[in-house]
Design a binder for this molecule. Structure first.
Ligand code: NAP
Ligand code: MG
Length: 402
């Protein structure tokens, strides 16, 4: 069989257990079938440190050039990692760096298999969380205050005009935080969400706390409303899908009572928290797709989980691990599918879809990694496999289907 040809995508390698799995997926599930054409960036922590993190910036810029990227999970350094890897600096999260370059929205969708039942009984279809990936508390400036004093909010316009308000007159120590967002970023967040709803033909929900945050959150609500009315309402009506705004507390209550099958757009922090809640309730972070979509048509696919450090330390001791590779496989298939769609490369789309189907079929036949076996409620008995054996089963199933 001839290998499938493809145009270039950006490949971003990562750290620890996911770095090991990354290579196995390439060797066993991709390279035998596809002439992999990637521009390779090593975002593993040692190489980020060597390049003073320039490699993260270069990778983000490369995604702008090729429009499709696939990223392995990476370590976000903290004090302990600085020590462990003898880092020059506590480098920023590559995800944050790349999101800032692409100004995107992250869409996370659970991967459903019969046999893993959602914790919420009413959920029948996936709930996709659309997380605004720019600004707010992630770009905030904070002070720890240790003595009394007056905190003020001051804005000086380019023309010299000033806006000033007292935040609080501190009679004791405390904490203070200043955060921001930009109209342009909120607008692209809105457009990414409306476009994704149209592309996937699902309703879009959006929630903030505009009753309390009468300027900040209210602005998000108004920008969404305005863009929807002017640019998207007609298409939504045609497709029979709806846009619906509600307060975040009301949204939480409705989500729990719903059947699923829609996109829930959230501000940056809300999306961070809610996507962990939704993914855990659906099964696990290892059964979740994640894609960053930028308003000018760039796509970065990744796994939603981290580098699975605990398993990596066991792997280093020579133990066999049973780490779930599904989210990393789906990051690759998502990127290959998107590359194929953009280029009209039907063979590549078909391959990626077949690999996804084969992966889920193996699980539904009762063969899976430990994390899934622990919550398995399927009709067949669960058999726990190591990562390598699980990937080998997927390879067999894939070959049979191709
Ligand atoms: P984690 O890597 O997601 O793992 C936390 C725990 O979740 C694991 O110990 C494991 O539980 C379970 N788990 C996660 N993924 C799994 C998989 N594929 N298969 C089976 N079990 C899985 O989170 P963490 O330990 O908090 O973070 C580790 C490193 O990842 C940190 O350095 C962090 O900075 C980084 N991180 C990166 C990203 C990213 O690049 N997108 C995201 C989050 C965290 P058991 O041990 O109980 O089996
Ligand atoms: Mg989170």
């Amino acid at each position: 069989m001839d290998k499938i040809k493809m145009n270039k995508i950006v490949e971003m390698d990562g750290d620890e257990m996911t770095r090991i799995i990354w290579q196995t997926i390439k060797d066993e599930l991709l390279s035998p079938f596809v002439e992999l054409n990637t521009e390779y960036y090593d975002l593993g922590l040692p190489h980020r440190d060597e390049t003073d993190d320039q490699v993260s910036i270069d990778a983000g810029e490369a995604i702008k050039k090729y429009h499709v990227g696939v990223k392995c999970a990476t370590i976000t350094p903290n004090a302990q990692r600085v020590e462990e890897y003898k880092l020059k600096e506590m480098w920023k999260s590559p995800n944050g760096t790349i999101r800032a370059i692409l100004d995107g929205t992250v869409f996370r969708t659970p991967i459903l298999v019969s046999g893993v039942k959602p914790a919420v009984r009413s959920w029948e279809k996936p709930i996709t969380i659309a997380r605004h990936a720019y600004g707010d508390v992630y770009k905030a400036t904070e002070f720890r205050l240790t003595k009394p004093g007056k905190a003020e909010l001051l804005f000086t316009a380019e023309d010299g005009e000033q806006k000033r308000a007292t935040i609080y007159d501190f009679e004791c120590g405390g904490v203070l935080q200043g955060m921001y967002n930009k109209d342009t970023s909120i607008e692209s967040f809105a457009r990414s969400c409306f476009n994704y709803a149209i592309e996937t033909k699902q309703d879009l929900w959006f929630s903030t706390k505009d009753t309390i945050s009468k300027q900040y959150d209210q602005t998000f609500k108004l920008i969404f409303e305005d863009i929807f009315e002017r640019e998207y309402k007609a298409t939504f009506d045609e497709l029979g899908i709806t846009y619906f705004y509600t307060l975040i507390d009301d949204a939480v209550a409705r989500v729990i009572r719903s059947k699923g099958g829609y996109i829930w757009a959230c501000k940056n922090y809300d999306g961070d928290v809610m996507s962990d809640m939704v993914s855990t309730a659906f099964g696990s972070l290892a059964m979740m797709t994640s894609v960053l979509v930028s308003p000018d048509g760039n796509f970065e696919y990744e796994a939603a989980h981290g580098t699975v450090t605990r398993h990596y330390y066991r792997y280093l001791k020579g133990e066999t691990t049973s780490t779930n590779p599904i989210a990393t496989i789906f990051a690759w298939t998502g990127a290959l599918k998107k590359r194929g769609e953009l280029d009209g490369n039907a063979a590549l789309v078909h391959f990626a879809q077949t690999l996804e189907d084969a992966s889920l079929a193996v699980i539904e036949s009762g063969k899976m990694t430990k994390d899934l076996a622990l919550m398995w409620q399927g009709d067949v008995k669960a058999e726990t496999l190591s990562t390598d054996d699980f990937i080998a089963e997927i390879r067999k199933e894939l070959e049979a289907r191709l």
